[in-house]
Design a protein. Sequence first.
Length: 367
Amino acid sequence: MTNDRRNSPYTYADAGVSIAAGNALVRAIGPLAKSTRRAGAEAELGGFGGLFDLKAAGFVDPLLVAANDGVGTKLKLAIEWDRHGGVGIDLVAMCANDLIVQGAEPLFFLDYYATGKLDNGVAEQVVASIAEGCRQAGCALIGGETAEMPGMYAAGDYDLAGFCVGAVERDAVLTGRDIAAGDILLGLASSGVHSNGFSLVRRLAADKAWKLDRPALFDQDQLLIDHLMAPTRIYVESLLPLLKARQIKGLAHITGGGLLENIPRVLPDGVHATVDADRWPQPRLMAFLQAQGGIEPEEMARTFNCGIGMVVVVGQAEVDAVREVLTAAGEAVFTIGTIDAGTRGCTVRGSDETWSARGDWVATHDA
């Protein structure tokens, strides 16, 4: 028997899209967005666009800086293991941390949530974590898009994208142009894998048959899945006072490409970053990943943050003051290297056996 609909009226719901569910989600997330309000962003959700008042935010001669990003395949673990409460923080972090490295204060954020069939329970968890990320970054969640697209995604799957806009006074843009030989590299500890390298993490999990719902081999007090899903640390609040005081010469957010690829992005020609991997303790999670995959040190330095989520470049005279401010803000701060004269690039050195079973190693990237 065929399903003959020739004489029956069609609805959008027949095609798998529920306008009512979408409206219910908007009503549910309204208070979450309201909790992120800040100077310059006072409008309610529901308009055709979000408004922001730069003058009300205190800027005089600002430049706007924009960034967009996603969470990557970390979302697969979130979906498979029902861990949705941190991926929104990841989403905000990947954008807001990219703004702060240019000296820009994150002002507002918009999200894009796409799925085959809207599950309001999951969507509310995700948006709640986006709102939490916005509060941590000091930016307002002023809008977004929820797209229900039957046939585009497998059952239960969803994808996320984030868009963040910040501002910096014209004369305070952080370009790295003042970085010079003799400057010091400070590393701020990461909170875990953050949001890069998860395709390799998931490959290892499958090939090595990890029991993600069991305590981690290196930590009997926490499940392995919870170690892996730890949200990306947002460094905005810690760094903004130092940027406003003009005490920082450069910042590098350690994302895809790791230490080797990201530090050179903020260096001017004629200087080279030398990182000593023995200057900070390798997190147990990173040691676990390296051991499980037999990952070469250079591959680690290109794929993972290796325990350092943000690199701060400061002049020698500012090191103690900058360290004091960052430590007081709750950051774990390590002196991880120096800026030397040479070809623009980065060299990472280490001899600890947890980094390389072969002993001393040198990984170099010239930009």
